[in-house]
Write a new protein. Structure first.
Length: 158
């Protein structure tokens, strides 16, 4: 009777767990210690939404502004002057310290005006939906879309 062989993918996974990514490349882990880690691809551009003379954008570069995470923020900008009026965090991204932060970032994927122009509807890269009340700047999970289980982000009012 022949012994079944494990699938190649399983062998690769076991090799990674045993000796890091270098094991897959056929070299000792120590030889690859200084190699840069893979970076995530830049998020796709998000079309801004203008309501009553205010342009709402998915803010990028928020870490450079000394904010705790990259992504998950909406900026309100005066459409006439270009001056930023406010910045609101829609959700909090929870980072695993064992992983590179940039590969854990969750960006906004889509913005859309809500009914009557009183809210902004937001979808993140994980398909989760949020609604931002433009009068109070209160973000909340939308009842439509994926569940907000907190695995990678949670709601956070700034």
């Amino acid at each position: 009777m022949r012994t079944p062989r494990p699938p190649l993918m399983l062998l690769g996974l076991l090799a990674m767990l045993a000796g890091g990514q270098a094991a897959l490349a056929g070299m000792p882990a120590a030889d690859n210690a200084g190699a840069p880690a893979a970076k995530r691809v830049a998020p796709a551009p998000v079309r801004p939404v203008t309501i009553a003379g205010i342009r709402y954008e998915a803010a990028l570069g928020t870490r450079a502004r000394s904010l705790p995470q990259e992504g998950g923020y909406v900026a309100a900008i005066d459409a006439g002057s270009g001056q930023e009026l406010w910045l609101q965090r829609i959700y909090e991204t929870r980072y695993d310290p064992a992983l590179e932060e940039d590969v854990q970032d969750v960006f906004i994927r889509r913005l859309r005006a809500g009914p009557g122009g009183k809210t902004l509807e937001i979808v993140d890269e994980l398909g989760r939906r949020y609604t931002l009340d433009l009068a109070t700047r209160e973000p909340r999970p939308s009842s439509k879309g994926k569940q907000h289980d907190g695995r990678r982000s949670s709601m956070q009012k700034e």
